[in-house]
Write a protein that binds this ligand. Structure first.
Ligand SMILES: O=C(O)CCC(=O)C(=O)O
Length: 261
């Protein structure tokens, strides 16, 4: 698989702003395969939910359907999570010698009945002592304001960790009210075609609108841990995995190396 070319200017932009948009990272055929696999996984979840009956976390499910660690359940996603073309971008952007997988997740905002994803930082939910882990948010549909594309606050990763936002219930902009005046800069809203993606640092404030269109908005997110990040005991939705001891670096088969120098 061909490498996606990353320039030193792009690395510097990412480091300064805490996010970057990259175009045409996946080919249309690659996008189609990921999208079909996401649809199949979502159908499985839907069938299971029909059996389980109504859910108690309706606020959260309207933000998106979130399917985590698909790579462990479906060989297609295992292959996707190991896509070195994407992992290598994460490695370059973080100027790291290697990156490991933290977890993957497909995020679907269903038409009409969806809610905004409130402004938040990811790192505050992660069991990691240091910042630096980052997400690749791959658009599987053309994304725009109308169907819930992402927005970012440039340089907000430099603020350090803020409070964790309750994504199911918080007012979408609640965290913006506590920002220091210097950080209240205009967000950058990233509309882009399917196959393009953004990378964002776990401390970068980001948001996605509701999906007001008639079609689903599908994204495949892969989260990478650069070298040197250590584990801290902290409840997280993917659970306490891998028997890691607080203070030690992430390692082991549940956090495989995806790209190395
Ligand atoms: O897709 C969304 O609605 C939000 C995604 C997000 O918060 C993330 O990837 O960290």
């Amino acid at each position: 698989m061909q490498k996606y070319p990353i320039t030193e200017e792009q690395v510097a932009y990412y480091q300064e702003n805490g996010f970057i948009r990259l175009d045409n990272v996946l080919t249309p055929e690659e996008v189609r395969r990921v999208r079909d696999a996401v649809d199949r996984a979502a159908e499985e979840v839907r069938q299971k939910q029909l059996n389980l009956g109504p859910r108690s976390d309706e606020g959260y499910t309207k933000v998106f359907l979130q399917m985590v660690n698909l790579w462990e359940r479906h060989s297609f996603f295992e292959e996707y999570a190991h896509t070195t073309k994407i992992g290598e971008i994460a490695r370059r952007l973080t100027r790291s010698r290697s990156v490991r997988l933290w977890h993957d997740q497909a995020l679907i905002k269903y038409p009409k009945d969806s809610k905004e994803t409130a402004w938040h930082q990811d790192k505050v939910y992660w069991p990691m002592n240091q910042g630096g882990a980052l997400s690749c948010w791959m658009a599987l549909d053309d994304v725009s304001v109308a169907n819930g594309c992402m927005s970012f606050i440039p340089r907000s990763h430099k603020l350090g960790p803020l409070e964790a936002v309750d994504l199911g219930n918080a007012a979408p902009g609640s965290i913006l009210e506590v920002l220091p005046p210097a950080a209240r800069v205009k967000p950058v809203t990233v509309e882009m075609p399917a196959g393009s993606c953004t990378f964002h640092d776990g401390l970068t404030l980001h948001y996605a609108g509701a999906n007001t269109t008639d079609a689903p908005r599908r994204a495949m997110v892969t989260i990478y841990i650069p070298e040197g990040i250590t584990y801290k005991s902290h409840p997280h939705l993917v659970g306490d995995r891998g028997n890691l001891v607080p203070g030690e670096e992430f390692h082991g088969p549940l956090f495989p190396v995806i790209a190395r120098e």
